[in-house]
Design a binder for this molecule. Structure first.
Ligand SMILES: NC(=O)c1ccc[n+]([C@@H]2O[C@H](COP(=O)([O-])OP(=O)(O)OC[C@H]3O[C@@H](n4cnc5c(N)ncnc54)[C@H](OP(=O)(O)O)[C@@H]3O)[C@@H](O)[C@H]2O)c1
Length: 340
């Protein structure tokens, strides 16, 4: 016996990946419902070898459904997730709406799987921000060995992190650079994204940081350890899929770069590609469609007492969103609902 599973936001970047990954990992699905807005009613989306017709989230009855993977943005989540949860359907949400609420577990299964028990509080589980998810997969094993005190991270985030409109804007703007009269003004992004980089994701906070940067700090503390200090600079780059991060960590105990490489190599969800030669590292285009978080360029930072640098790349639509949500669904199934 399997589960009755809902994917809300099934026509979006993340929702489509959720359907792909549920099928790829042979999640025990008895019945699937693909939901989106009314304008997408009847749109066909792929689920394994079959296609499913999209239904309207607004009129959907969640009664009798086991779990709902939400990827519809905060506004729609606010309206519909409580409805699903109240009907007994466990919500696994990709928006930022519930991530910081103390009674809602925020889970990366490789890092804090035991938090799953708290799903009971509100029948809702939160999925982290894409940049946080891949980073904490790498931080956790290093923290367990040498206690991380401080993290300095700079991100290089792809346009798919801003949804379908982000992908369209980079594509159309790039084409428009070559076709007179077809120039595309920025609308999803604050400035031109084609052939450019933008040090601004989400809104500005009072202290001059952006909400995206704040999210990485708050989420790392909630998922790994509140004592870890994090400072982040989040940058949008003209890459379609795949987020990259240059990460610097300071630890309490000395951690040799070779030992760090060995630890990361043995850790769940991580693939180390670290040859000190031309091309001996992973770039975002190479991680697309993969499950792993790729770690490269592991090296000592000798400017501080116990410092380490590394490069971290992952498919933001997968580990940063859909894969992590499906892994949470697997955790929920294996540890709690136990139907599959
Ligand atoms: N992209 C990433 O890397 C990433 C990573 C982590 C988390 N997330 C989060 O995941 C969510 C979805 O992101 P995305 O990149 O997949 O966005 P997207 O490509 O723009 O897709 C949005 C999806 O939500 C649906 N939707 C929006 N408003 C709705 C409403 N009022 N009622 C019903 N359906 C509605 C859309 O349906 P229609 O097609 O019918 O409009 C579409 O299926 C967001 O909360 C985002 O912050 C994204």
């Amino acid at each position: 016996m399997g589960y009755r599973v809902v994917v809300a936001g099934a026509t979006g970047n993340v929702g489509r990946e959720m359907l792909n990954i549920l099928a790829e990992r042979q999640f025990p699905v008895d019945e699937i419902a693909a939901l989106a807005s009314r304008k997408s009613l009847g749109t066909e989306v792929s689920f394994g070898d079959t296609t499913v017709k999209t239904k309207d989230l607004d009129t959907f009855d969640f009664e009798g459904w086991d779990m709902a993977l939400f990827a519809v943005g905060s506004d729609a989540t606010k309206k519909y997730a409580p409805k699903a949860a109240a009907a007994g359907c466990v919500v696994i949400d990709n928006s930022s709406l519930y991530r910081y609420e103390p009674d809602i577990p925020l889970i990366v299964p490789e890092v804090n799987p035991d938090a799953i028990v708290h799903y009971k509080n509100r029948n809702i589980i939160a999925n982290p921000n894409c940049s946080t998810a891949q980073m904490v997969v790498a931080l956790k094993p290093l923290h367990d060995r040498a206690r991380i005190k401080r993290v300095v991270v700079s991100t290089y985030q792809s346009v798919s992190g801003a949804g379908k409109e982000g992908i369209d804007e980079l594509w159309n703007q790039t084409k428009g650079m070559y076709v007179p009269g077809q120039e595309v003004e920025p609308s999803k992004f604050q400035k031109q994204i084609a052939f450019n980089v933008i040090p601004h994701i989400d809104v500005f906070m009072e202290d001059g940081s952006t909400k995206e940067e704040w999210k990485m700090i708050a989420e790392t503390k909630k998922i790994v350890d509140p004592s870890i200090k994090v400072t982040a600079t989040c940058v949008r780059v003209p890459v379609f899929v795949g987020h990259s991060e240059a990460v610097n960590v300071e630890t309490e105990d000395f951690l040799d770069e070779d030992e760090a490489r060995d630890i990361l190599r043995e850790s769940p969800g991580i693939l180390v590609v670290d040859k000190r030669e031309s091309g001996g590292y992973t770039t975002p285009v190479e991680c697309v469609g993969d499950y792993a978080t790729f770690i490269s360029r592991i090296r000592q930072d000798s400017t501080v007492e116990n410092g380490l640098n590394f490069w971290c790349v992952s498919d933001n639509l997968r580990k940063g969103a859909a894969l992590n949500a499906v892994q949470i669904a697997e955790l929920l199934g294996n540890r709690v609902l136990k139907k599959g």
